[in-house]
Structures are given as structure tokens and as C-alpha cells.
Ligand binder design. Sequence first.
Ligand SMILES: [Zn+2]
Length: 449
Amino acid sequence: MRLLLRSTLLVALVAATATVSAQQPRPVTALVGGTLIDGHGGAPLTNSVILMEGERITAIGQVGTLAVPRSATVVSTEGMFVLPGLWDMHVHLMLAGHGNYAHWDAKYPPLLEHMIIPAVARQNLMAGVTSVRDLGGPLDPLIHTRDRINRGELPGPTVYTSGPFIQHAPYAGTEAFRWGVNGPDDARAKVRRLAEAKVDVIKLIDQDEMTMDEVRAVVDEAHKYKLPVVAHAHRPEEIRRGLAAGVDDFEHTGLATASEYPADIIEGLRARAAQGNKPPLFWTPTIDVLTNFDVRRDDLEFLDDPIWHLGLADSVVKDIRSSLDRLDTLTYYRFVPNRKPTLGNKFRQLRESGVRLLIGTDAGVPANFHGAAAISEMITWVRSYGMDPMETIRAATFWPAVAMNVEKDNGTVSVGKFADIIAVRGNPLRDIGVLRNVDVVVKHGKRVK
Ligand SMILES: [Zn+2]
């Protein structure tokens, strides 16, 4: 009896819901008038019309040929260029730019989940960065924040996270977000724990301190769970081992003082790129943080820009600000004077080797604020290293989605994909710097700016 009643009720409920959705189609939003750079690399589409229903793009056309439903909410993009939401493929949401890691790691763990991570996530979103890949931080706060954003409880970009770094041994005081491995079985077990906790990617560092069996175990186990492996490339032996084990993506430009990558490494990258049956080998150089360190050190006004205060308590802002009074003394940047003259060489070598470069920033490290960092990286690629602006935009939109295996849903402005869209006054193909001031940000069909 009770069962029967329940199922009758359920049928009635389902019927009621069906009627409601038949009578009330989901609200349509239309972005109308701007020039669309859709992320595929083709010619921009002038006078564009983009229709969105729920979280997704339902139609793309031009004013005069694609009708805007009368019921639609219209957002004018007249005078603007419209692009896919940007990605930052290397952020640390556990960090907010503070100059002293030992102090930060001792004091801020209790505030990470409920203040720091949501705050810096939102800073990214408001800058037009609608997806971030977090590469190294404490597991639970990152997973919880990612899921709260996905459920719509917090404003933020779509977060892909690795949780803790996998490495030979954690540095003292960093055990909460660095997991050491001891033998191949332990390496597999650690990766399994992360996979079962639902991370999106595995971050491998210091692999030149591991045994080759351990490195292979990490990569093989991650691939069993279809998780990409992202590895540091600070030292030549890290790159050699990563290549041999089959990592999917390298990070940083590395090699503190060498003027270029050794020939055998470039050969290895070329050979990997020539394997047509595999997706590209990705590389996130995070080069602006080094290239423009001296500009930041000598021109401190950006430290007083309230843009990086969003969501942070005054006391935290004050603490971060006072830690950055003397940028020239920060240990994080101690190699920069030696490294800077070599960066152009290495960037060129990487481009020529056939690896696929991605926009990523190390946002959160000292004086490198979230959101602004991704735009600075793009500007530096174009202005300092001669990268084509369209290629740069694709390195921040289309290719990141491919690298994270979500290109069916993300990475371009295309019918059927999530509506992650930004609009900006000025043509970023002529002046990439216009991206510093994004006027409109739409995440999953909802306008957030
Ligand atoms: Zn990093």
C-alpha cells in the first residue's frame, strides 16, 4: 500500500515536472553584435549572435540571419570582440601571492577552504578566466571547493585539480600538500588514492630523484584512470625521465642557468611530436612570471591594485602586502637575473620542437596574482616572444580543453558546448593587451560580469 502510494505520487510528480518544462522553456540569453573569435582559428565572425539556453550554446549566427527569440535576454556586445572563456593551466589556489611560503603554510591552512581558495578562484573568473587547472595543493579543500563551484554554490571558474604533488619526499612542513613515494607499489597506491578522491590530473615533480620504476608506476597508474600526468621540467633529467615514462604535459621553462635545452632533449621532444597516433605533448612554460619579474620589482604600483583583494579579509590583504615590500629579496626569484637572458632561446626551442604550448602562470606564487597572471602570460608571449595572437588565444582556450580531454564540452564557442564566453572592447588580434579589461564574462550560460 505504502509502496503503491509512493509510486503513484512519483508518477504524478514526474508528470507535473514534464508539463512545467513543456510550458516554460529554459530562458534564452543572446549575445548580440560583437565580432566573434570562436577559438577554432578561422576568420572572426562580425555582427555575431550567440544564443544560450541553460548552460549551453544552442545557436551561432549573424545579425539579420539568426533570429533572436522575443523572450531572450539580450546582452549587447556591440563594439566588442567575443571569445571563449580563458584557461589558466597552472595555478595554485592555495596561494594568494604572499612572499613567504613558510609563514603562509604555517598560518593559513585553516582559512584555505572557506576564504583563500574561493577568493582566488573568483579573482580568476572576474578576469575572464573561466577554467583553471590547479597543480599542487591540499586534497580535501581543493576537491570541496571545486565541487561547490560546480554545484553553483560559489562563483568561480571550472576547477581541474591535481590535489597534492607526487614526489620523492615532501619538503619539511609541506606534508599536507606533497606526498612522497617509496617504491613503485607505494607510487601506484598514492595515485590510486588521488584517483579515488576524484582528482582531474596528477602532478609529478622531482622525478629525477625517484627511481625510474617509481616514475613509470605513477604514469601508468594515472593513465589507467585516464588521468593526464603533468610533470616539472626544471632540470634536464626531469624532462628525460618524464619523456621516457610518457607524461602528457611539462611545466616551466626550467634550467636555471643553461642558455638552452640540451640537444638530446630537443631530439626527444621532436620524436614524441612526430608520433602521429598520440595527442600532442603539451608544455606550459609559465614564462611571464620570470620575464617580467624585474618590471614588477621596479614598478610596484600593481601591489596597490585592489583587484587582488577580492574575497580576502583585510588582515590577509595586509599580511600579503607587507610580505612584498622587498621583491628583490624573495627567494622564489633568486635565479631570475641569470635566467632571463636565456628565456627567449628556450621558448623558441620549445616552439620549434613541435610541443603544444599552453597558457599557464603559476598564479599564487609571490607577487603573481590570480586572474591578472593569465592575461600577462598571453601579453608576454605576443610582445616579448613574437607569438601570433590567434595562436596565443588558442593556447588559452582550445588546446587546454584538448589537454584536459574536455574539448567536446569546452574550449571554443560552438553549438552544444558550455557557454563560457568573454567579451572585450578592442581587437585582441591587434592588441592582445585589451584582454586586461574584460567587460563581459559568461560562465556556463550565466552572466557573472
Ligand atoms: Zn606551480
